[in-house]
Design a binder for this molecule. Structure first.
Ligand SMILES: NC(=O)c1ccc[n+]([C@@H]2O[C@H](COP(=O)([O-])OP(=O)(O)OC[C@H]3O[C@@H](n4cnc5c(N)ncnc54)[C@H](OP(=O)(O)O)[C@@H]3O)[C@@H](O)[C@H]2O)c1
Length: 336
């Protein structure tokens, strides 16, 4: 039997409904904010010892410079032996002797290979290096971006194919090569470097942006496949860090040094930071986490507002990069 609430009763039912919806909304915002703050500033990540004892091995790709070099240095300090894979043999040799001097108990093996070439012989050499070793950690760090922001239509084919071969195919083939040496232990970590450039579509870095978005999907799918095998897969959302790739030398609150960034990644494995809606992924550096929360939790990574901001930013970076190249060319002419 229907109950007639009368006009006053209907009004109070409507108010109770609105108050309920309001309370739920406020509650979920408070919960989400607390989650970001706890994940970013309070809760520790998984200890690296979870993935293998001291003396087991870590493989780092793109290890001779930037973030990869820093991963190598910090993993050596934590007691992991290292297989370092990168393009330039001389840089690998000098990093290897630096590590052997500072951490004499650590074994370091190196492989100089160019991921852009996608050569079977290189992956066979990598397979030979990992064979028989207890591999605890794979850091899929190798990556290339565009030399400067560039409209897709003007992007040289060589740059397009290098980015895809290095970032996508290289990461997939390195993982397929290393994973068989991780599975017998029923534990391990595969960490892959993503980028805010792939979190949200990035005009004028379209191929790089697409390559990192590809890695996002691949890494999440792999994480789910490998969880019954005990191997954890973690995808890192990173904004700018000082390095040759970013062409930024000075740090600020939003742009940490390689050392600070890598130490926060290694301290926060498995934590989401500010990355909403991406399983097995996180934004470990504190200010990147806050920006990630804004992008993934408030604006939405596919929002047209964000796309517009991103486009203006990269159009501006391109203009400045072209002006700088012109100034450098002028200087070069004067000096000859
Ligand atoms: N830096 C940032 O602001 C930033 C932001 C977001 C994400 N990331 C990601 O973080 C990762 C590392 O970036 P980074 O800034 O450290 O880069 P980086 O300073 O340019 O260093 C790249 C490393 O990869 C190696 N490498 C490049 N091309 C290679 C190739 N074809 N074959 C083999 N090795 C190659 C380089 O070797 P060489 O010694 O021969 O140069 C170097 O060791 C990348 O995946 C990047 O997308 C970086």
């Amino acid at each position: 039997m229907a109950v007639d609430l009368g006009p006053l009763g209907q009004q109070s039912a409507a108010s109770a409904f609105l108050i309920g919806v309001g309370a739920l909304t406020v509650g979920s915002v408070v919960f989400a904010t607390l989650r970001v703050l706890l994940s970013t500033f309070v809760l520790p990540g998984h200890s690296l010892s979870k993935y293998g004892p001291k003396g087991s091995w870590a493989v780092v790709t793109g290890a001779s410079d930037g973030l990869g070099k820093e991963y190598a240095l910090q993993l050596a300090k934590k007691g992991f032996n290292l297989i370092l894979v990168s393009r330039t043999a001389s840089k690998l040799a000098s990093l290897s002797s630096q590590i052997k001097t500072s951490s004499p108990n650590i074994s370091v093996e190196t492989l100089a290979m160019d991921f852009s070439q996608n050569l079977d012989v290189d992956y066979t050499a990598l397979a030979a290096l990992v064979q028989g070793k207890q591999i605890a950690i794979l850091i899929n760090n190798v990556g290339q971006s565009h030399s400067i922001p560039v409209p897709f239509i003007e992007t040289p084919l060589a740059e397009v194919s290098n980015i895809i071969n290095i970032n996508c195919l290289g990461t997939l083939r390195a993982t397929q090569t290393v994973l068989p040496s991780m599975l017998p232990q029923k534990r391990g970590l595969i960490l892959t470097m993503g980028s805010f450039g792939g979190l949200a579509p990035t005009p004028l870095l379209a191929t790089y942006s697409g390559s990192k978005a590809f890695l996002q999907q691949w890494s999440n799918a792999l994480a789910s496949e490998l969880s019954p095998a005990g191997v954890e897969v973690y995808f890192v959302h990173s904004y700018l860090v000082t390095s040759a790739m970013s062409k930024i030398r000075r740090t600020n609150w939003l742009v940490p040094s390689e050392r600070t960034f890598v130490s926060s990644v290694l301290a926060k494995i498995g934590r989401r930071g500010g990355s909403f809606g991406y399983p097995y992924s996180g934004s470990p550096y504190w200010s990147h986490a806050l920006v990630a929360a804004l992008i993934t939790g408030v604006l939405g990574p596919m929002s047209s507002i964000l796309l517009g901001i991103n486009k203006r930013m990269h159009v501006d970076i391109r203009k400045r990069a072209i002006k700088k190249a012109e100034r450098d060319a002028q200087k070069g002419k004067k000096n000859t």
